[in-house]
Write a protein that binds this ligand. Sequence first.
Ligand SMILES: Cc1cc2nc3c(=O)[nH]c(=O)nc-3n(C[C@H](O)[C@H](O)[C@H](O)COP(=O)(O)OP(=O)(O)OC[C@H]3O[C@@H](n4cnc5c(N)ncnc54)[C@H](O)[C@@H]3O)c2cc1C
Length: 431
Amino acid sequence: MNAPPAQPHAPSYYAASAQDSPDRPALRESVTTGVCVIGAGFTGLSAALHLAEKGVPVTVLEANRVGWGASGRNGGQLVNGYSRDLDTIRERYGKDAETALASMAQEGAAIIRDRVAKYAIPCDLVDGGFHAAFTAKQMRGLETFKRTWEANGLGGLEMVDAARLPQVVKTDRYVGGMIDHVGGHMHPLNYCLGSATVVERLGGVIHESSPVLSIDESGPKPVVRTALGSVTAETVLVCGNAYLHGVVPKVEREFMPTSSQVLTTEPLDPALLDDLLPANHCVEDCNYVLDYYRRTADNRLLYGAGIVYGARELADITASVRPKMLKTFPELKEAKIDFAWSGDFALTLTRVPHIGRLSPTVWFSHGDSGHGVTTTQLLGRLLAEGLSGQMDRFDAWAALPCLPFPGGRALSVPLSALGAWYYGLRDKLGI
Ligand SMILES: Cc1cc2nc3c(=O)[nH]c(=O)nc-3n(C[C@H](O)[C@H](O)[C@H](O)COP(=O)(O)OP(=O)(O)OC[C@H]3O[C@@H](n4cnc5c(N)ncnc54)[C@H](O)[C@@H]3O)c2cc1C
């Protein structure tokens, strides 16, 4: 019997510039391991690598290819912190939660930097990110953000006023912003592929083309089944995020798959990019539905914008994103668009990721809500810490309530779209 064919990578700039990577064989037998990880994205690979470093036998099952999901298609921006700021976390969950999460807010980026350095992962890693403000109100929001971070002992943030703005980004759309010197950007698919190679070098096993069909918990140990094989493990980590498609309904109730769209221009004159983005920081703006962009290593502009609740595919991604790019950089009106793609992330109602246990032997992490490049690295580490009995940091996250979307999937899409329209209108009106 043949394994189901893996879906190829999205037609992205990342797939076109990916480092060589072997086709990993599908699982075709029944095997036993310590930990079975479902999904070879940032979360699954981060957990697998931490476990492999500790000498734990680990088998990763990926439905398609390593980095096929959001992790191989995103903006590549290392945004520190979470999709909701520390003030919101304190107001909702209390001071202890704020202190615990603040102590981890820059850890994901540190994991990436450590791994890139330690294992020589080639992924075009560049330091520096910029949060761009359209209005005085958004500037005040960034100032508050910075004060809260500093009160929690976190550094690396620097306000930029209108006069200094052209040193970071040349567009007349913003009134200022804030540099995060601990932020940065990278080629996320190459980071995934490099992480997978390290997992294997440390003794882990990765199967591609191996969609998990079920997790059978009827026996003494959980058995993870694919079309052609099975893995019996001490513990299963569910890291399929927005692409689980019904395999673990209990966790899928907690988030709404949401897509975002990205394009890249043709390679541009480096002098033009030096002019538009002199500091080579990645940029995300402060709007509710935000634009995010950066320079690539081969001198393209990579521009992401827009979201589609429910993760419906757009018929023409370029037609949706290019006008937003030209609003920011009218200089690019002659630039050819070489790649346009979309990817799905998992949005929680609270916009806070959710990590926890479905049972003593089936654990999960998901819901980075569009800010997952760094958070997934952290949560992968916390899964691995938890499995080795170190529960304090895992529990700090697991204790945060994850609320279901009102009305389930059917109503959550129109309600979220309505909410985004309302907040988008406020952004447009500057209120
Ligand atoms: C277009 C886009 C742009 C983004 N930009 C940024 C950004 O610039 N900065 C930022 O911080 N965040 C960004 N994000 C969010 C970030 O990419 C995600 O939060 C993060 O990649 C999620 O990683 P993950 O490993 O949890 O999920 P994924 O990367 O989606 O990985 C899940 C994997 O599990 C596999 N899988 C699912 N079900 C099964 C199954 N049954 N059996 C086997 N395998 C399975 C899938 O094939 C997939 O490979 C963006 C997201 C998107 C979509």
